[in-house]
Design a protein around this ligand. Sequence first.
Ligand code: SF4
Ligand code: SF4
Length: 496
Amino acid sequence: MKKVYSFPRGGILFEDSTVTPISTFHDDSWSVLASFRKIWGSEHPLMNIARKGLNVFKASVVAQSDSVSQTEEQPMLKPASSRGYVDSFLPVLSVIPLTQNNGIKVRRLVELGDTVREGMLVGKGEEVGAANIHASVPGTVVRLVSWEMAEGVMSEGVVIRLGGNFERSGKQEEALPWDYLTSAELRNRVRDCGVVEMEGSGKPVVETLMEFDNGPKPLSLVVSCVFDDPWRVADYVLCQEYFESVVEGSAIISKMCGAEQIVFAVSSREQWLGERFITEIAKYQIPTAIVLVGYRYPQGNRRELELTLRIYEKQENVKLGRLLIQGPATLAAVRDAVVLKKPVLERFVAVGGSAVRNPQVMRARIGKRIREAFNECGGFVREPSRIAEGSPLAGRCIANLDEPISKTTYALFALLPKQVGGRVTRSCIGCGECRLVCPVGLDPEVLFKRIESRAQVAPWVFECHGCGCCNVVCPSRLPLSTLVTNAAILERKRNV
Ligand code: SF4
Ligand code: SF4
């Protein structure tokens, strides 16, 4: 049995694809704690033991909740076919976004009425942070649109009406050799194809690589296959279905950045995946290692993964040096860009939540409207109370169902009111649960009170990475994570 490494403190078990088991458990845990507090007082050492005990109890309740959640009320995300995913229908109208995650726009290269081919460059990324954008379907540009996203950022896009022939899809594509290419040539292909970090940040991969160009050696490429959050199921399916592409992408990136070794960081429950990686990567003759990591959320976060790997480094007496962390969707896209010269035209997306009739993982074209993705899953069982993308812990609310699936959309979810748990907040009861789960060691309770009283919150708020653990455990349903991250944004603006 291989040793499992984890980040040292905080976090929660997030076994279920819904947030209900954790949130509904709030009231019980708080009333139990409250009665203990009445007996012992809040500072009594036994209170700490009671809190820890409740956390363990909570974790086990969440872990046992899988069977409950596979009801119509709380469907789990599960593969819809033996392949693990479905190919979604081609959209008649695609909204190709020209604004990146960070709000940076690309230069539009097409005009109304233009005919576009599948994979044709329609937006040129010229500024730092912007990647090229391609037409995911052939057709005609019928509209230029802009829309406001939930967080107030304006986004722009071109609407393509499907028409004409597909030049790539359904055709046998020739695999080009890449081992004779230099790092610069490999980067050019990746840049041309608009590959970004598809697991969330949306940063162009080539820009990330540039940060590692100079600096001390060794350098390790870390392939992050950490499934601490069930809403990462689309990446899991991608790993299963396009395993060879992920591995070849790892070999390509390690050549691009001159990494001395590849470390596969794999959740301990997916040990088989790590073993497959090692077998497959052998043909590239690159030194490799598997590190089994825990699946307590947010183990997959960059910070927590780095901490874990530093613990591994120390305990195993190995030297990893600087860590370049990349996820499976990005690696598969790098492989397609280099081996097939194929731009990012589609991605795997998990669509689910209690309001969705038939949750499933789908392979969808970039630009497919979110409304259509939900419709393809049978629509909603009832009016959802919240629609968002990403994870229920750290996702982004969707303001408009006509927003498109972008390169970084890995999950879409729609929740019933019961699952969201109501909007009523209560006063802080000082239970300290938020402190216990914060992986960074912040005290969200204190920060919340300081934000309320407009007291100084810098520099602590800058440490928060928005994992959302404090939100989930707060029995008073205080939006701690949102308040802390917003306070950090305000402080940064103030300091500019
Ligand atoms: S304060 Fe920030 S880092 Fe800490 S638990 Fe809350 S969201 Fe996560
Ligand atoms: S803010 Fe923290 S201490 Fe206050 S009720 Fe919520 S979890 Fe408990």
